[in-house]
Write a protein that binds this ligand. Structure first.
Ligand code: 3HC
Length: 308
């Protein structure tokens, strides 16, 4: 059996490809691209929420938000480790992100303007992330699939805490409910954009599904998310900002309006409301943290010296 045939057999048997296994160059490249983007999204995604840690309304909410932001850091670390098993260096991934050569999710290029944005991000952004990521626990690449099992459990907690926070706001004063509605108005469409372009415009979906990296297409995941989320908005008594949204009895799904793809591509290409701030902040944190990395390396070298 050739190496390529063995690779195909592993995929067909629903087994996992492991780091030492032979894999096609493009399979490796696709995984590095997707896992690095995913890791960067977790790390950049700490910024919009970090913005509210010092302004959370109670100690209880502050503790929850801090735990959530720490979880995102942990997810980034598991994912960088998973990418490293494919032969790419962590520092190199950071450099490519800082130079704008690596992408991260479009959603984190929008500002967080009110406390209701924290609940809404948990509800919608983490809700969209889980919808997309549950399929990744079945990804054909072992280290990525295994990292996703824990990440999905934690994302599920994030989604619930967000929704619970919105339940509280929506059953509070009219001002609090209006704040929640305003947040939904601003985050709804960017959340739908998280799933990527329509399947017909998606560069990678077909090949990634053949390789069992992706299991469900962008449009199918987006539909799943809309079907799950609209009843949740109804329960909160909030109005989804889409005049074309209606239940389609025949399809058994919600029909919904067209995404503003011009806005999506502008954000993806670096021209969203917060792209420049996000990268500037990330580079500054990286530079200011140089002493921590140096100290950690010196400590590791000292310990190694003591052992040998
Ligand atoms: N933001 C930025 N870029 C996006 C995007 C988005 N929402 N959606 C698609 N793109 C980019 C793709 O990266 C690709 O560009 P590239 O060729 O330069 O990499 C191009 O648009 C075409 O899109 P495709 O549909 O062909 O790309 P994929 O097949 O990779 O599908 C994806 C896109 C569904 C996002 C897929 O990569 C994926 O499932 N990734 C893993 C999950 C992930 O990265 N999630 C980030 C969400 S946030 C998060 O997890 C943090 C949590 O704490 C909330």
């Amino acid at each position: 059996m050739t190496l390529e045939e063995r690779f195909d057999v592993i995929l067909a048997a629903e087994d996992k490809i492991e780091p030492a296994d032979w894999m096609p160059d493009d399979y490796r490249k696709t995984l590095i691209r997707q896992i690095a983007q995913h890791a960067h999204s977790e790390i950049i995604g700490m910024q919009p929420e970090g913005n509210w840690i010092s302004r959370a309304p109670t100690l209880h909410r502050k503790a929850i938000l801090m735990a959530k932001v720490q979880d995102e850091a942990g997810h980034g670390l598991y994912l960088y480790s998973a990418a490293e098993t494919l032969g790419v260096d962590r520092d190199q991934m950071q450099t490519l992100l800082h130079q704008g050569k690596h992408k991260y999710s479009s959603i984190f290029n929008y500002p967080t303007l009110s406390w209701a944005d924290m609940g809404t991000i948990g509800w919608l952004v983490d809700g969209a992330a889980i919808t997309n990521q549950v399929m990744l626990t079945r990804c054909s690449y072992g280290p990525y699939a295994r990292a996703m099992v824990r990440i999905c459990k934690e994302e599920s907690f994030h989604q619930r805490q967000g929704y619970e926070s919105l339940i509280r706001l929506c059953s509070g004063s009219p001002e609090q409910k209006a704040m929640a509605q305003d947040a939904l108005n601003r985050w709804w469409w960017p959340s739908l954009m998280m799933f990527g372009p329509h399947d017909t415009d998606s560069t990678h979906t077909e090949q990634s599904m053949e390789w069992k990296i992706k299991r469900v297409s962008n449009d199918d995941l987006r539909q799943q998310f809309v079907d799950m989320t609209v009843p949740q908005a109804d329960y909160l008594g909030l109005v989804v900002p889409d005049r074309d949204l209606r239940w389609n009895e025949e399809r058994g799904h919600y029909d919904f309006g067209e995404i503003d793809w011009e806005e999506f591509w502008a954000v993806v290409k670096g021209n969203g409301p917060m792209n420049r701030d996000r990268i500037e902040h990330k580079v500054r944190a990286w530079d200011e943290g140089a002493w921590v990395r140096e100290a950690a390396l010196a400590h590791a070298a000292k310990k190694e010296g003591a052992i040998t």
